[in-house]
Design a protein around this ligand. Structure first.
Ligand code: TEU
Length: 543
C-alpha cells in the first residue's frame, strides 16, 4: 500500500474512473449506485488501483448526468445517501483505495439554491454568484456560443438580464470574481476533506476565470491566481491528489497547474493527443484519421517538458471519449491484442495512469440508431446538424465514432441479463457484445486484458523507472511502431509497440538484445518480427 502521509504519494498511484450511473445497480432502479461501487471494491483491489475517481454523485437534476450540481454537500438519492458515501470511503480505505470526488466548480445547476435566489432580483445577495449582463430579450450581450450548442446567454425576464453559461442553459456559470463564491467553495471542499476524501478532480477548471465581455472562456487572466488561492485554502491543508481537467492546456500552462511546489494542483488532465483525430481547427465531430507520427511526437513533447517540471495524467478513455479499442485499436480482428498494445504504449510513460471502467475488459463502442442515445451533447449536435442539412449518415457516423454514450453503456460484469449491471431496466442499453465481453470471463482467463492491466499496474509499483524515468522517443518517423526508452538511476525500459494490424520487421537496438521481458502481449518479437499489435516492455539494469 502507498504511504499516503507523504505529500506526493500519488506519483506512484494508479487511478480508476467510475461513471457511477453505469457501474453497478443494487436496487433494480436501472441506474448504478454507491452500494454498487462498494460491492465491486474487491474487484478493483484485484486490479490493483489506488484511487477511484467518481464522476459526480452530488444532488443534481441530471441534465448533464450530474455535471449540473444542485447541492455540493448532498448525495443524489439516485446514488444513495451520505451514509453510503461514508461507508464507501471507509471500505475503500481498508483496501488502500482512496475516493476522488469530481467537483464541478465552473458552474452549478440552475436548481442550486444560489441560482434560485440569484435570479429573483438584482439586489439579492446571491445575484452576484453568477455572471449577468444587461441586454434586451432579443439582443444578447454578444454572440458567444455554448459548448453544447446555442447561445451562451440566457434571458431571465424577472431581472431583465442575461446570465452566462458555457455549457447547457441549466448549467449557469459561477462568478469566480466574487470572493464570496470562492469562500463558499473552499468551505465545501474542506468539509469533504473532513469526510475522508483523498482527492478531487476539477471539472473544466481552465474555464473558471472567464471574461465574457472579451470573449474569454478558457485560460482567463486570473486563472492561476484563483487556483493558487483555492489550493492554499484547501488542498494544501492535507495530503490529497488533485487533478484539473484542462482542454486548453499546453505544456507551459501544464507546468503552472502541476508546479512541483504544490502551489496549484497535483497534475493536469490535458487532451492534446485526444484532439488529433479531428479536422484541424474544427470540433470533435469533424472526423479525421489519427496522424500517428504526430501523435507520438506530441506524447514525446509532453513527456520531456513535464519531466522534473510538472505532472501529467495518462489516459485514453473517460466518460466523454469513445472507447479506445474502437478508436485507435481494432475492435474486430484484434480486440484483445490492440487493447493490450494501447495499454502498454500508455502505461510505459511518466504520469498518473487513469483506467476508465471497462477499459480493463477491452469494452467497445456501440453503433446504434439515434433513438437509443441519451447524452445531451450528442442529441443537441444531431438536431443542430440535421437542421443545417447535413446528411443523416454523416451525422450518425460522427456519433458512432465519437459520441460520449460509447463510454456510458453499463459495465459488463457477466453474461446474465443486462450484463449483471441491473435487475431492472437500464437507463441506457447495455452493449450487445456483453455475452462475450465481461468481467467474469476476464477473471477466468489468465490471458485476459484484465490481467494484462493488473500486471502493468504491478510493474509500476515494482520498478521506480516507470514512475521517475526520463523519456526518449526512438523510431520517430516509423509509421507503425511506437518505441521509446525510459531511464532512471541505472535502470532502463524499452517499450516497443506495433500499433498496426500489419506484421512489422524491427530489430531491437543492439544494446537491448539480451534484456529481460517484463510484459508482452504475445510471444516472439525478439527475433525482429513484430506481429500485428504486438507490444512489450523490456528491462535492464546498470546500463
Ligand atoms: O467536460 C468538459 C468539456 O469541455 C466537454 O464539454 C467536452 O468538450 C465534451 O464532453 C467532449 O465531448 C466536462 C465533463 O467531463 C463533461 O462530462 C461535462 O459535460 C462538462 O464538463 C460540463 O460540466
Amino acid at each position: 500500500m502507498l504511504d499516503k502521509t507523504k505529500k506526493d504519494w500519488w506519483k506512484s498511484a494508479v487511478a480508476y474512473q467510475i461513471y457511477p450511473k453505469s457501474f453497478q445497480d443494487t436496487t433494480g432502479s436501472g441506474t448504478g449506485d454507491l452500494q454498487g461501487i462498494i460491492r465491486r471494491l474487491d474487484y478493483l483491489k484485484t486490479l490493483g488501483v489506488d484511487v477511484l475517481w467518481l464522476s459526480p454523485v452530488f444532488a443534481s437534476p441530471q441534465v448533464d448526468n450530474g455535471y449540473d450540481i444542485s447541492d455540493y454537500r448532498a448525495i443524489d438519492p439516485m446514488f444513495g445517501t451520505l451514509e453510503d458515501m461514508r461507508e464507501l470511503i471507509a471500505e475503500g480505505k481498508k483496501r488502500g483505495i482512496g475516493i476522488m470526488l469530481d467537483l464541478v466548480l465552473n458552474h452549478s445547476s440552475n436548481q442550486h439554491h444560489w441560482f434560485l435566489e440569484a435570479k429573483k432580483s438584482k439586489d439579492n445577495p446571491y445575484h452576484d454568484y453568477y455572471v449577468w449582463r444587461d441586454g434586451t430579450p432579443d439582443t444578447p450581450p454578444n454572440d458567444m456560443k455554448a459548448c453544447f450548442g446555442g447561445s451562451a446567454w440566457e434571458w431571465v425576464p424577472e431581472v431583465g438580464q442575461y446570465y452566462f453559461h458555457q455549457f447547457a442553459p441549466e448549467q449557469p456559470d459561477l462568478n469566480w470574481e466574487n470572493p464570496a463564491v470562492r469562500r463558499e467553495i473552499y468551505d465545501m471542499i474542506l468539509w469533504w476533506m473532513e469526510q475522508g476524501v483523498e482527492g478531487f478532480r476539477l471539472d473544466v477548471i481552465d474555464q473558471i476565470a472567464k471574461e465574457p465581455d472579451k470573449g474569454i472562456t478558457g485560460n482567463g487572466p486570473r486563472l492561476h491566481e484563483f487556483l493558487r488561492e483555492l489550493s492554499a485554502n484547501t488542498f494544501q491543508k492535507g495530503c490529497l491528489v488533485t487533478v484539473g481537467e484542462a482542454w486548453g492546456a499546453d505544456t507551459e500552462r501544464a507546468k503552472l497547474y502541476s508546479a512541483p511546489d504544490g502551489s496549484e494542483l497535483s497534475m493536469v488532465f490535458q487532451f492534446e493527443q485526444m484532439m488529433l483525430d479531428q479536422q484541424k481547427g474544427k470540433g470533435k465531430w469533424d472526423l479525421a484519421s489519427l496522424p500517428f507520427v504526430e501523435m507520438k511526437k506530441s506524447y514525446a513533447k509532453w513527456q520531456k517538458e513535464l519531466h522534473g517540471a510538472g505532472w501529467n495524467s495518462l489516459f485514453l478513455n473517460n466518460h466523454d471519449l469513445p472507447r479506445i479499442v474502437s478508436r485507435w485499436g481494432d475492435d474486430t480482428g484484434y480486440r484483445e491484442m490492440s487493447a493490450k498494445a494501447l495499454a502498454t504504449m500508455l502505461h510505459g510513460m511518466q504520469g498518473m495512469p487513469y483506467i476508465y471502467q471497462g477499459e480493463e475488459l477491452g469494452m467497445t463502442n456501440v453503433c446504434w440508431p439515434i433513438e437509443k442515445y441519451r447524452d445531451l451533447e450528442t442529441l443537441n449536435m444531431y438536431h443542430e446538424r440535421k437542421a443545417q442539412g447535413v446528411p443523416e449518415e454523416e451525422i450518425m457516423r460522427s456519433i458512432h465514432v465519437k459520441g460520449r454514450d460509447n463510454a456510458r453503456t453499463p459495465m459488463q460484469w457477466d453474461d446474465s441479463t443486462h450484463a449483471g449491471f441491473t435487475t431492472g431496466t437500464p437507463w441506457i442499453d447495455v452493449n450487445e457484445n456483453y455475452h462475450s465481453i465481461h468481467a467474469k470471463a476476464a477473471l477466468e482467463n489468465p490471458d485476459s486484458v484484465f490481467y494484462y492491466y493488473q500486471k502493468l499496474i504491478a510493474l509500476r509499483k515494482q520498478y521506480p523507472v516507470f514512475v521517475f524515468g526520463d523519456f526518449r522517443l526512438l523510431e520517430e518517423n516509423h509509421p507503425q511502431l511506437f518505441v521509446y526508452e525510459r531511464s532512471f538511476e541505472g535502470e532502463k525500459l524499452l517499450i516497443v509497440c506495433n500499433m498496426s494490424g500489419q506484421e512489422v520487421s524491427y530489430a531491437l537496438p543492439q544494446d537491448w538484445q539480451d534484456s529481460e521481458v517484463l510484459i508482452a502481449n504475445a510471444e516472439g518479437g525478439l527475433n525482429g518480427i513484430f506481429s500485428p499489435w504486438q507490444a512489450m516492455v523490456l528491462h535492464k539494469k546498470n546500463a
